[in-house]
Design a protein around this ligand. Structure first.
Ligand SMILES: [Zn+2]
Length: 393
């Protein structure tokens, strides 16, 4: 039998999450508005908001517009900080953000090998440099978020990463010990999707897909307001949906995956087969407006992506698709055939009914997504990913 004390504590956690998330989505709001919108009693709202103000997680705005219960409250985004790290083969990109994921500083650290020890040393170096540069004491940092190309287990262990050659690496523990702050990790696409859910264009949607195009092709599935990870953390492998039975070999070892046709390396490979070798994906994008062969390859990739998105949407019925990643620089050459194929194969309704929002891409977007893993902890709605150390929040 549960004691009354445990019930009260559980209720308090739920009330905090309700209030913080209502303010995140629709704030600033007065205490009366919060009570109306969350269906909590005025007394419960007063109690929770007093706690959150005391913890510096809320601030009162515009004292002139109201008194007492009419003073608008908001999340104190500027009072707490996060470090986000995007871990790659040759180095890591790091950002310092506030709770709204506004980027305050960025830096890159390179390493000669990507062993867990090298990555841990680089992560500690980046965290110290960002804090030092901003003149912030360690106590103001909510933690470090890691975005990795791979599958992450429930305790922040990297179960597998083809790209880094890692298997069962307790990376959050290693970096937490090296930095002395809590660390959370997720697949880089999931981290990006989490940022979109918390403070991005998915803030008001309940069911949506976040698709990333670039070196690989991935999807973050936000279903019923939560990131869906699947049984082993491997959900959202959009790039490994079958696009061509018996087709081109994929990085994963199978044949005919979408990624083998539409990832940036596969576009380069197809262009090289047409007799035009280019050094990297950035030069492919620059060449695109003047090169009919590159345009044909890109358009065919857009068509395949559109078909794969239609299949996914037919299964999940999302309200929205958000597309990000380096691949968005391919522009209309990719997105016009993508949209056409999506509309053609979408079961639900007529053309254009499923909005596709293309996220303008910046170099720091992956690392900013990783910082979202820290921000997520403040809103108390993450149930699966436990920190490597007790969170101070
Ligand atoms: Zn594959």
């Amino acid at each position: 039998m549960r004691s009354q004390k445990v019930d009260q504590r559980a209720a308090r956690v739920i009330h905090r999450a309700l209030v913080l998330n209502e303010l995140r989505r629709c704030g600033p709001l007065s205490r009366s508005q919060l009570s109306e919108r969350t269906q909590l009693s005025p007394a419960a709202v007063s109690f929770v908001t007093a706690d959150l103000l005391e913890e510096d997680l809320l601030i009162e705005r515009d004292h002139h517009t109201g008194r007492g219960r009419a003073i608008p409250l908001d999340v104190n985004y500027a009072g707490h900080f996060a470090v986000g790290l995007k871990i790659m083969e040759s180095g890591l990109e790091a950002v310092l953000t506030d709770l709204s994921l506004q980027v305050l500083a960025t830096l890159t650290v390179t390493y000669s090998d990507h062993t867990p020890a090298s990555v841990t040393a680089a992560a500690a170096q980046a965290t110290a440099a960002l804090l030092g540069g901003a003149g912030l004491p360690r106590e103001r940092l909510g933690g470090v978020g890691l975005g990795l190309p791979g599958t992450i287990g429930p305790h922040g262990t990297c179960l597998t990463s083809y790209r880094l050659g890692w298997r069962d690496v307790p990376i959050t523990d290693l970096i937490s010990q090296a930095t002395g702050v809590p660390v959370w990790a997720d697949n880089d696409v999931n981290a990006f999707a989490t940022a979109e859910r918390l403070v991005g264009r998915g803030k008001h949607a309940r069911d949506f897909l976040v698709v990333t195009l670039g070196r690989g092709i991935g999807a973050g599935l936000i279903l019923n307001g939560e990131l869906y990870r699947g049984g082993r953390g491997g959900a959202g492998e959009l790039g490994h949906l079958l696009s061509e039975p018996g087709g081109r070999p994929c990085e994963c070892g199978k044949l005919g995956c979408l990624e083998a046709y539409a990832s940036e390396p596969s576009l380069l490979r197809q262009l090289a087969e047409a007799g035009r070798a280019l050094p990297d994906a950035a030069s492919f994008a620059r060449q695109l407006p003047h090169d009919p062969a590159a345009q044909a390859i890109t358009a065919a990739a857009g068509e395949r992506l559109g078909r794969a998105l239609a299949q996914t949407a037919n299964l999940l019925d999302p309200d929205l698709i958000i597309v990000g990643g380096e691949g968005v620089r391919l522009g209309d050459t990719l997105f016009t055939p993508l949209r056409r194929a999506l509309d053609r194969h979408l079961h639900a309704a007529g053309p254009g009914t499923l909005p596709v929002l293309i996220e303008p891409w910046g170099d720091d977007a992956w690392a900013r997504g990783a910082a979202g893993l820290v921000t997520e902890q403040f809103f108390g709605d993450s149930t699966l990913h436990q920190p490597a150390r007790a969170s101070p929040a």
